[in-house]
Design a protein around this ligand. Structure first.
Ligand SMILES: C=C(O[C@H]1C=CC=C(C(=O)O)[C@@H]1O)C(=O)O
Length: 342
């Protein structure tokens, strides 16, 4: 894991920061946003709270709200609750119907793996700055961030997954896939479905970095703690060829089969067409780019706040043996990362 620093960001231009925060959508055809880094600290809590209130309280949320609710006026609490309830009922139906389409393709062996995800709508019970601080405290090994996305809202998350961390000529990445709920005795028997699902990600990552690397080493898989769930993790390190463009090497990994599928391009098209909602920045990548280094994370365990309610996201890898109820429950478990703190 990179570090336990807390990163706060703003769309403010001209702050002469040498570091840029990138937030890239799941679909590589959609453009990434490049933001200036306003604060980058391990933080004194009072300082952080003041910073958040100063920089994040003047968002113009109306446009997003109108798009999502067809409402011109800010919604009452009762209306927000009822909107979220209806939206979640629809999201469950959409997930079930997408699941059968995805499974059919997997059974026909048109794909070896497909990641299916879904949104979850909920009102906030507390001030977002407190939720963010709780997130940073609860997940010290995750990359916790908050980013203002235009005037539409705020993305916030605690990613457990490095997409690529490049310093000098060394690239570190990871294959993180396969999920079980956290158990009290810390004893995990991984199913063959989970082992296969994660191995596909490891093989993909190694094949993508090969053209850029002098040597590659892999360690794992081991069980990795990610809050309410655990995953299988293989750490992968590559020594890059001289003169390699670090950003291209890192971006060539996205989207890995931890969030997309195999074969990659066909899976991407299939997901965009059939998942039933737009992922936007969920399962894209986020992180810091500076002239000599970059630290990118997969945008998982994240949410978007539009000023009135939050949209959380979670997904999971499907193989032809996947079961609807198990996969739905896995998304519920992953949602707890944020749901319990907002
Ligand atoms: C797609 C997500 O998780 C990925 C990362 C770890 C384990 C995963 C899994 O077991 O399916 C997913 O590949 C998500 O959290 O929304």
């Amino acid at each position: 894991m990179q570090d336990n620093k807390i990163h706060f960001l703003s769309i403010q231009k001209n702050n002469n920061s040498k570091e840029t925060f990138v937030i890239a959508p799941f679909n590589p055809d959609d453009k990434p946003l490049y933001l200036n880094v306003c604060m980058h600290t391990q933080g004194d809590i009072k300082h952080i709270c003041n910073f958040i209130h100063k920089n994040y309280s003047h968002l113009n949320f109306e446009k997003t709200l109108n798009e999502q609710t067809n409402n011109k006026e800010p919604l009452s609490q009762e209306k927000i609750n009822s909107f979220c309830k209806t939206a979640n009922e629809k999201a469950y139906k959409d997930y079930c119907s997408a699941f059968s389409k995805f499974k059919q393709e997997l059974v026909k062996e048109n794909f070896a793996k497909l990641v299916l995800s879904r949104p979850y709508f909920c009102p906030l019970k507390k001030d977002l700055s407190h939720s963010f601080l709780d997130l940073c405290k609860t997940y010290p090994n995750a990359f916790c961030y908050m980013a203002k996305v235009g005037s539409k809202g705020i993305f916030m998350g605690a990613s457990p997954e490095i997409l690529a961390s490049v310093a000098d000529n060394e690239l570190k990445t990871m294959s993180l896939a396969g999920t079980m709920a956290k158990s009290l005795n810390n004893h995990y028997e991984w199913s063959s479905k989970n082992i296969k699902e994660q191995q596909l990600v490891t093989d993909f990552i190694i094949s993508r970095i090969k053209p850029y690397a002098k040597s590659i080493s892999a360690a794992g898989p081991v069980t990795h703690d990610a809050g309410p769930v655990v995953h299988l993790l293989t750490q992968i390190t590559a020594v890059l060829n001289d003169g390699i463009d670090k950003h291209s090497a890192a971006a060539s990994l996205h989207p890995t089969p931890a969030v997309c599928g195999l074969p990659k391009n066909a899976a991407l098209k299939f997901i965009v067409k059939n998942e039933g909602y737009k992922r936007n920045y969920y399962s894209g990548y986020i992180g810091l780019i500076s002239p000599n280094n970059l630290h990118l994370f997969v945008n998982l365990r994240c949410m978007f706040f539009n000023g009135q309610f939050a949209v959380l996201y979670a997904g999971g890898g499907l193989l032809k043996s996947s079961d609807l109820e198990d996969e739905w429950q896995e998304t519920e478990n992953k949602l707890k990362t944020l749901r319990d703190l907002i």
